[in-house]
Design a protein around this ligand. Structure first.
Ligand SMILES: [Zn+2]
Length: 80
């Protein structure tokens, strides 16, 4: 399925869990089919909030380029 954090391809690792091949997000599907990000597999390789914010800005605040951060976190990083 599609990663909800970055829109990349996520690989199923468990009947209810997926891991994104692009950003390393660990996705979990609940009983009511709600998908959430429960963590990141390779936290060291996760793009920093500042890099993510630069890309997010350059993409015109496209939510596909939030890299698992919230809009507020990215805007805060741009202010720093
Ligand atoms: Zn992803």
């Amino acid at each position: 399925m599609k990663c909800i954090a970055c829109g990349g391809e996520a690989k199923q690792t468990d009947p209810r869990s997926w891991c994104c091949l692009d950003c390393g997000a660990e996705l979990y599907k609940s009983d009511d089919s709600e998908v959430s990000v429960v963590g990141y597999k390779d936290s060291d390789e996760r793009i920093s909030v500042w890099d993510a914010a630069d890309i997010y800005l350059s993409r015109g605040f496209d939510e596909d380029y939030q890299f698992g951060y919230t809009h507020e976190e990215l805007m805060q990083a741009l202010d720093d």
